[in-house]
Ligand binder design. Structure first.
Ligand SMILES: Nc1ncnc2c1ncn2[C@@H]1O[C@H](COP(=O)(O)OP(=O)(O)OP(=O)(O)O)[C@@H](O)[C@H]1O
Ligand SMILES: [Mg+2]
Length: 342
């Protein structure tokens, strides 16, 4: 993990200490601050390092499948259960289960998880007896779990169990000089990965980088650097600030309309001219796409990149909101190095 700022070094010291204690850990931090990286550091720095590290994103699992994924099932437990299947807890045996976005777990599954944290016992679906698994649990969240408890969406008893050891990762805007260190590192990784030679950032790039808020934190920096590296043939590259936040991650080719024409009525003066060149179906689908894209970007921006909060602002169920984000390529959970750039 790269960083030399005071806030990062403090978090790193805590992570090293936690690695040596074999109890559950809760990692808090805004999106893209390095929670999964910290979870891996805790696992590989501890006594379970030769065991498996099994990451699971609770927010990506449909409610109906969570228990099956985590705890597995016996043959015949439900109509399609033709064979017995072990859950992720069993796969993590001897190692660590990393529950990312733990706040997205349905209440019913939270009860089972609580029991597991108490005595390491769980029962696969359809199994008559409980089983034991020697698993360390690390959970991560970018939500305020106390707030989720007040809203009745997270169990207080589970929160108490998870909060034995808590580490909070600092947002990038509070890590001052780390921006330069991280940027250099990502340029180096790009050079190795894409083989287009070593590059450096133009000093003008840092002018805005040190003033920018970084709602997507390190992942956002990583994406910008990676895109800048790929789009420039020069050795010294200048990257401009993202303006507005993430709107440029919307589908390529979309014409960005002013908010007034997106939220406003189609009776505006420019609308007829705009629509005259398209049939009704195409125009409708384009306007809806533009609206969704802009709305999602604004909601995410207002929520500081926190998907759960953004879903709440939009009055949508978190999972459905997440699906919409994915549809428009706005999901903030993907690393620049994991997939194609937009
Ligand atoms: N200290 C660091 N040094 C180098 N790279 C880092 C550091 N922290 C995070 N990264 C990189 O930033 C990206 C985001 O990190 P990670 O996935 O761990 O964040 P996260 O907090 O789990 O995000 P989310 O809340 O969206 O799940 C990853 O590609 C990771 O490798
Ligand atoms: Mg993560």
């Amino acid at each position: 993990m790269i960083g030399s700022s005071q806030s990062f070094l403090e978090a790193q010291r805590v992570i090293e200490r936690f690695a040596r204690c074999d109890v559950p850990v809760l990692i808090e931090g805004e999106t893209g601050t390095g929670k999964e990286l910290a979870a891996r550091a805790i696992h590989y720095g501890g006594q379970r390092s030769s065991g498996p590290f099994v990451p699971v994103n609770c927010g990506a699992l449909p409610d109906a499948l969570v228990d099956n994924e985590l705890f597995g099932h016996k043959r015949g437990a439900f109509t399609d259960a033709h064979i017995e299947q072990a859950g992720l807890i069993a796969h993590a045996s001897g190692g660590t289960l990393f529950l990312d976005e733990v706040d997205a777990l349905p209440l019913k599954s939270q009860v089972i998880l609580l029991r597991f944290l108490q005595d390491h016992q769980y029962r696969p679906l359809g199994a008559p007896e409980s089983r034991h698994a020697d698993v360390r649990l690390i959970a991560a969240t970018n939500a305020d779990l106390a707030e989720r408890v007040e809203e009745g969406e997270f169990r207080l008893d589970l929160l108490f169990r998870l909060r034995i050891l808590v580490v909070t990762l600092p947002p990038l805007r509070e890590r001052d000089r780390d921006i330069e260190l991280l940027a250099d590192n990502f340029l180096h990784v790009c050079a190795q990965r894409f083989g287009n030679g070593d590059k450096v950032l133009h000093p003008a790039t840092f002018d805005w980088m040190y003033r920018y808020d970084w709602p997507g934190n390190i992942r956002e920096l990583e994406t910008l650097i990676c895109r800048g590296y790929l789009l420039s043939d020069a050795r010294v590259i200048e990257i401009g600030p993202p303006d507005p936040f993430i709107s440029d991650r919307c589908q390529p080719g979309i014409v960005h309309l002013q908010p007034a024409s997106l939220y406003g009525s189609l009776r505006q003066s420019e609308a007829p001219a705009m629509l005259a060149h398209e049939d009704f179906k195409t125009a409708k689908s384009r306007v809806i796409t533009e609206f969704e894209c802009r709305y999602l970007a604004d909601a995410l921006s207002a929520a500081g990149g926190n998907v759960t909060k953004a879903a709440r602002i939009a009055g949508k169920e978190r999972r459905a909101f997440g699906k919409l984000l994915k549809k428009h390529g706005l999901a903030p959970a993907q690393s620049a190095f994991d997939g194609p750039l937009r």
